[in-house]
Ligand binder design. Structure first.
Ligand SMILES: Cc1cc2nc3c(=O)[nH]c(=O)nc-3n(C[C@H](O)[C@H](O)[C@H](O)COP(=O)(O)OP(=O)(O)OC[C@H]3O[C@@H](n4cnc5c(N)ncnc54)[C@H](O)[C@@H]3O)c2cc1C
Length: 393
């Protein structure tokens, strides 16, 4: 059988996958090529999220097919990484529509919920019957949200009353629930509440005029005396340290997303340079064009190597905060280079949405910033290698 990524995985990292994992990724590929690719540029331009694909994606059983699950009831980390890679190689935003639900929201509930809450909700989350979004960031607190988080939760009998504002929340407009990170006024600790998105007092406003990830609907949220029952407070998140532990789990996914977007940009650029002729020859025949293609391929290959090793460490249970922070920083940095070179070799056509490189070029800017900016992840790694924290206190 041909390699999964004959063009962009020249070291054959995907050969580390098992046959059932490869088959699953091929089925995802087919869906993305037949159902997403034809509508992609149009949806991106109109800033419409392809929510209708959630159902066929669910039916693929990418996370819950028994053939994929190990003794711990989970798919292997390497497969999960390549799942993110496969999505992003076609479209980062559609990947987030899926990833936001089955990775971010699901992991939050699995790690933060009581055994009973997990039992009650996990199957419904995987099957998209219970949809949810992840609302941590606030208008005035992005990088410093750990210490600055202002949204409050006040207990009244069996209920909590939430007040505050959230910003940038992905997919919440298409979700039944939103996980609100709020500070308990009684003990000052951060806790997580699953609020219904149609709850009285909760208002969503779509963030318009984005130039990146247009396919993802991001929203501002206003919370005014929103009532959430204690049964919908995630019982095992009682401080920001628990939130940080959650990010340890989620951050490697972003490294894979950044690697996948590079593969998509590189493959689109290579295709174009082989077809486009100037001076009577394909532009791929020019030394200066080949220089950029090779730089791109080097970036993709090195990024994949780093992401694969990170996933292996995560599987072994030896992954540390600085490992995933370093991967996020470094791969997202390579992503910026790769998409710029991809755009460059496509010339003027490289700024048209119909040529995929333009989409990767702009979407890269969002990846570069979310789940910890370059500076914040750098500070995490810097603290680890020097033993000195350079964070503002
Ligand atoms: C497309 C998109 C989707 C998102 N989805 C979600 C979501 O679903 N849920 C959610 O909760 N959040 C989400 N976010 C928010 C995202 O996590 C934040 O944008 C990110 O944490 C950065 O915060 P900020 O934008 O407020 O930037 P700021 O924190 O204001 O940072 C601005 C600049 O200052 C730098 N800076 C800040 N502090 C320091 C420092 N101490 N030292 C050096 N430099 C510093 C930053 O690195 C950055 O370059 C999303 C963001 C985007 C763009």
């Amino acid at each position: 059988m041909t390699a999964l990524y004959p063009v962009s995985d020249i070291y054959g990292f995907a050969e580390l996958l098992t046959e059932p994992e490869l088959a699953k990724l091929r089925s995802l590929r087919e869906l993305l090529e037949t159902r997403l690719q034809p509508i992609l540029a149009d949806h991106w331009e109109r800033a419409v999220s392809p929510v209708h694909l959630r159902e066929p994606l669910r039916d693929l059983r990418l996370v819950d097919d028994p053939a994929l699950l190990g003794e711990n009831g989970r798919a292997r980390e390497l497969y999960t990484g390549f799942r993110n890679f496969e999505f992003s190689r076609t479209d980062v935003g559609t990947g987030m529509l899926y990833h936001g639900q089955v990775a971010m929201f699901r992991e939050l509930v699995r790690q933060g919920g009581s055994a009973q809450q997990v039992e009650d909700w996990d199957d419904a989350i995987v099957s998209f019957e219970m949809t949810g979004a992840f609302a941590l960031t606030e208008p005035d607190h992005g990088s410093d949200v750990a210490r600055g988080l202002e949204t409050t939760a006040r207990r009244e009998g069996d209920d909590w009353i939430l007040d505050g504002r959230k910003r940038w929340i992905g997919n919440v407009a298409h979700s039944e629930f939103v996980a609100i990170f709020a500070r308990d006024v009684a003990d000052g600790q951060v806790k997580v509440f699953l609020a219904r998105t149609d709850a009285p007092g909760l208002t969503l406003t779509t963030i318009e005029r984005k130039v990146a990830l247009r396919i993802v609907t991001n929203s501002d949220i206003a919370l005014e005396d929103v009532v959430v029952p204690e049964s919908h407070r995630l019982q095992r998140i009682t401080s920001f340290a628990d939130v940080a532990a959650l990010f340890r789990t989620l951050r490697p996914d972003v490294a894979w997303i950044a690697a996948g977007a590079q593969a998509g940009a590189y493959e689109a650029a290579l295709r174009y340079t082989l077809e486009r002729e100037q001076f009577g020859r394909p532009i791929a025949s020019f030394q200066l064009v080949q220089d950029k293609l090779v730089r791109m391929l080097g970036n993709v290959t090195a990024s994949l190597g780093m992401a694969v090793r990170l996933s292996q460490r995560r599987q072994e249970g030896t992954q540390r905060d600085e490992d995933s922070a370093l991967a996020k920083v470094w791969i997202a940095d390579r992503l910026r280079e790769t998409v710029a070179w991809a755009r460059e070799v496509v010339g003027g056509n490289g700024i048209l949405i119909d040529n995929d490189v333009a989409r990767f070029f702009t979407d890269a800017e969002a990846i570069y910033t979310y789940e910890g900016t370059r500076e914040i992840n750098t500070l995490v790694v810097g603290r680890a290698v020097t033993g000195i924290s350079a964070f503002v206190r």
